[in-house]
Design a protein around this ligand. Sequence first.
Ligand SMILES: Nc1nc2c(ncn2[C@@H]2O[C@H](COP(=O)(O)OP(=O)(O)O)[C@@H](O)[C@H]2O)c(=O)[nH]1
Ligand SMILES: [Mg+2]
Length: 218
Amino acid sequence: MAEIKILKNIMDENLSQAAKNRQWFRSRKILALNLIASPGAGKTTFLEQTIKGLFPKFKLAVIEGDITGDHDARRIEALGVPVVQINTEGGCHLDAHMIDSVLSSLDLTGLKYLFIENVGNLVCPAEFDLGEELKVVVLSTPEGHDKPAKYPLIFSEAQAVIINKTDLLQAVDFDIDKAEHDIRRLNPNVPIFRLSCKTGEGLDKWLQWLTSQGTENS
Ligand SMILES: Nc1nc2c(ncn2[C@@H]2O[C@H](COP(=O)(O)OP(=O)(O)O)[C@@H](O)[C@H]2O)c(=O)[nH]1
Ligand SMILES: [Mg+2]
């Protein structure tokens, strides 16, 4: 019983901090996105491509979440975008307090988009609200079309789903219609973007959709 109570307290505390983060982002008209995917699905590459489509027209910043190291943060830094790295030291997800703890180290004046790359997996990040406006899940074709059915929570919560690596569709026998059908069963109206971060195909539709999104008070 004690364990259950502790777990509930952790979740409640996270939700309460997430609500503060959300209020904080909205009051500054910052659109915060939480990118969730398996390791290797292409989160950082997708972020790089998205940044190339938005920057420098829009002011952006990135929070990178990884178990250890700053490999992805260096990739983002190379594009000239402010980035802060969070190392969870074994933790399988970011939480709302971690986000709060790094906000003061970013220059957020005039910021339009804050991208948060979560730790790579489809399970734990789905359970922890960070205060983001949009949860975006990236599924890549080599992972298999059964993943929405096997990891339903994240696909049911997402405000957008990216099916990445469409350039590999034939090679990996990914049934994209089946994947979309399963996603729609969980989340009937969610926008689904089929794209390839390698060839650039489909990125324009994603960027168009993203730039049409605003925070509630913008
Ligand atoms: N063929 C192909 N490879 C991709 C695509 N997007 C990313 N990759 C590759 O997938 C690997 C993992 O990408 P990365 O962005 O580091 O994934 P992350 O671990 O989710 O951040 C890298 O070798 C990328 O070059 C794509 O659309 N097509
Ligand atoms: Mg990455």
